[in-house]
Design a protein around this ligand. Structure first.
Ligand code: 3AM
Length: 175
């Protein structure tokens, strides 16, 4: 199975992002279904059940402190990355706690064979895929707060309708 760690979005955040996208964030590409909105922390890739179990137990064994705490990030900017062809919403301010968590999860992923991500962590919610042209600058930027109190291990299933994500396991973050 194909897996990654990420932050889920709650229904209010999903709705706010979808509303902003409908009004201001139009792009020539495939709109990601709001149910799929998430922030990837660490992409792991293909694992079998044994590696999945090893990975989960290694995350369990992380000290509670280093998981960092629950927090919030303000999604107040948008961007376009031509190589993956995605248009996204993300924070304009650095999110050091989240970056530390992402690094830790990437490191744990390395134990089951995941490739280490060389690019710096850039938290983002993908709004459109398959954008071959830069989207027009929006008239109004988003200002949407995503609060998080846990992180999630997702399975990504690729179907005819595109990807769908199943939450396999959650880990709480300190309040
Ligand atoms: O969070 P976003 O939408 O940017 O593009 C995939 C998606 O990113 C990315 O992992 C997230 C959940 O599927 N992804 C897919 N394959 C990848 C790979 N080989 C990858 N990220 C890094 N390396």
């Amino acid at each position: 199975m194909r897996i990654f760690f990420g932050l889920e979005t709650d229904s209010d955040t999903r709705r706010a992002l979808a509303d902003w996208r409908d009004r201001y964030g139009i792009a020539a590409g495939r709109a990601v279904p709001a149910a799929n909105f998430h922030i990837t922390l660490a992409f792991i890739g293909e694992v079998d059940n044994r590696r999945l179990d090893t990975l989960c137990r290694a995350v369990d064994a992380l000290e509670p402190g280093p998981h960092g705490g629950a927090g919030k990030i303000l999604l107040d900017q948008v961007g376009y990355w031509p190589k993956p062809g995605i248009y996204w919403a993300g924070p304009s301010q650095p999110a050091p706690e989240l970056a530390a968590l992402a690094r830790k999860l990437q490191h744990v992923g390395g134990m089951v064979g995941a490739r280490l991500e060389k690019r710096p962590f850039a938290p983002h919610v993908t709004l459109y895929r398959g954008c071959t042209e830069p989207p027009p600058a929006p008239a109004v930027l988003p200002a949407i707060t995503l609060a998080y109190a846990h992180f999630t291990l997702f399975e990504s299933q690729l179907g005819r309708q595109g990807a769908s994500y199943q939450a396999l396991e959650h880990w709480q973050l300190e309040p």
